[in-house]
Write a protein that binds this ligand. Structure first.
Ligand SMILES: Cc1cc2nc3c(=O)[nH]c(=O)nc-3n(C[C@H](O)[C@H](O)[C@H](O)COP(=O)(O)O)c2cc1C
Length: 350
C-alpha cells in the first residue's frame, strides 16, 4: 500500500462516511448573552497575530492533502481561499513527495499570498520503522518548507491512526528527541490529528523548543474511524475491530485548550471546529487561533464558490458572536468567560 493510495482512500472515506466523534465537545462551551453590547458592529475587528504573522481572523486551514493528482484541486482551492480571507493554511503530509510522488499539489500553494504557510511531515517518519522506510533528516524538513515557500513546519503526531492501521508505523521511540533536533534548525509546530495533546506533552514540546502546538483533539474527525472504514473495505477484521474500539479515543478538544495551555507556547485549537461560533469558543477558552479541516473538505470538493461561501459564513458567525458578547477585538474575546456544561464539565471535574 503506497502512501498515495492511502491518501486517496482517506479523502474518499472522509467525504463519504461518518468519521466524526459521536460528541462534539465544543457544544458544551456556552457564552452569556450580552443584551446591551454597547458596540457598533462595524467597529469589530477579527484581526490577530499568530507566530508573528497577521491573520484577518484567528483561523488556519489545517493539513488535509497533497501528493495525489486529486490533491491539486483541493490545495489550489484552499490556497486561493486562504489568500482571499487572509488566514493560515497547512498542506497535508509531504511524505509522498519524498517517496517520488509529483510535488505539484504542494508547490501550487507558492502561487498564493497566504499570511502563514505550514509545511507538514509525520513524527513516525522521524524515527526508524521496521519496514525500513526513509527516516526524515533535518534537511528534508527544510526542503518541505521550501517546497511551499512556507513559514513553519508542522510535525504531526498520529499514533492513534498508526496503531489502527495494518501497515502502520508503530515505533514511537525517539520522536521527541528528533522533534527537538528539527526545532533547533527551523520553526516547528507540533500538531495532533484528532486525539489531543495533554499538558505533560505540551510541556515536553515547549522544552523541546517548538514554536506552537495544535492540540487537535476529540470532537471532529477520528482517524481510528477512518482506518476502521479502510479495514472494512480490505476485509481486515482485526483492524476494523481496533478502529471501532478506539473510535472515540483521545482528549476532548476544549479540555486540551484549557489544560494544555503552557505559558509562552502559542496554541491552536482544532478537532471538531465547524463554524465561527466554535472559533469564538476556542479563542475564549484560551487558544490563539482555531484550525479547521474536515468541515472544509466537502465545500472544497464541490467548488471554489462553496468553499468561499463557507469561509465567509465562518467570518460572519465569528463577528456576530463577538457583537452579541460586546467585544470589539480578539484580545477582548480572549477575556470573555465561558460556561462549561455537560460532558466537558464532567471530564474537567474528574
Ligand atoms: C482527509 C484528511 C486528511 C488529513 N491529512 C493530514 C495530514 O496529512 N497531516 C496532518 O497533520 N493532519 C492531517 N489531517 C488532520 C487534520 O489536519 C486535523 O488535525 C484533524 O482532521 C482534526 O480536525 P477536523 O475535526 O477539523 O477534521 C487530515 C484530516 C483529514 C480530514
Amino acid at each position: 500500500m503506497t502512501a498515495q493510495k492511502r491518501k486517496m482512500e482517506h479523502l474518499e472515506i472522509c467525504l463519504r462516511e461518518n468519521v466524526e466523534a459521536e460528541h462534539n465537545y465544543w457544544d458544551d462551551i456556552l457564552f452569556e448573552h450580552n443584551a446591551l453590547p454597547e458596540i457598533d458592529y462595524d467597529e469589530i475587528s477579527t484581526q490577530t497575530e499568530f507566530l508573528g504573522k497577521k491573520l484577518e481572523m484567528p483561523l488556519i486551514i489545517n493539513a488535509i492533502t497533497g501528493g495525489i493528482p486529486e490533491a491539486e484541486k483541493y490545495n489550489e482551492r484552499l490556497a486561493k481561499a486562504a489568500e482571499k480571507f487572509g488566514i493560515g493554511m497547512g498542506v497535508g503530509s509531504q511524505r509522498p513527495a519524498f517517496e517520488g510522488a509529483d510535488a505539484t499539489s504542494y508547490e501550487i500553494v507558492k502561487n498564493h499570498k497566504i499570511p502563514l504557510k505550514i509545511a507538514n511531515l509525520g513524527a513516525p517518519q522521524l524515527v526508524p520503522q521496521k519496514k525500513g522506510s526513509h527516516v526524515f533528516t533535518v534537511e528534508d524538513g527544510k526542503k518541505a518548507i521550501e517546497m511551499i515557500d512556507g513559514d513553519v513546519l508542522a510535525i504531526h503526531l498520529n499514533f492513534l491512526q498508526e496503531v489502527v492501521q495494518k501497515e502502520g508505523d508503530k515505533n514511537a521511540r525517539g520522536c521527541l528527541t528528533r522533534i527537538k533536533e528539527f526545532a533547533s534548525a527551523m520553526p516547528v509546530i507540533v500538531k495532533e490529528t484528532g486525539a489531543g495533546i495533554s499538558r505533560r506533552n505540551a510541556e515536553k514540546l515547549k522544552t523541546a523548543g517548538v514554536k506552537a502546538v495544535d492540540i487537535s483533539g476529540v470532537s471532529g474527525t477520528s482517524f481510528a474511524k477512518v482506518e476502521q472504514y479502510r479495514a472494512v473495505i480490505q476485509k481486515d477484521y482485526l483492524h476494523a475491530v481496533l478502529g471501532t474500539t478506539l473510535g472515540e479515543w483521545g482528549i476532548p478538544s476544549p479540555v486540551c485548550v484549557l489544560k494544555s495551555r503552557v505559558k509562552g507556547l502559542p496554541l491552536v485549537a482544532s478537532g471538531g471546529i465547524r463554524n465561527g461560533l466554535d472559533v469564538a469558543r476556542a479563542i475564549a477558552l484560551g487558544a490563539d487561533a482555531a484550525g479547521i479541516a474536515r468541515a472544509l473538505l466537502k465545500p472544497a470538493h464541490e467548488s471554489q464558490q462553496k468553499l468561499e461561501r463557507k469561509l465567509e459564513a465562518i467570518s460572519e458567525e465569528l463577528k456576530a458572536v463577538m457583537f452579541l458578547l460586546g467585544v470589539k477585538n480578539i484580545e477582548e474575546l480572549k477575556k470573555v468567560p465561558c460556561i462549561i456544561v455537560g460532558r466537558t464539565k464532567e471530564y474537567l471535574e474528574d
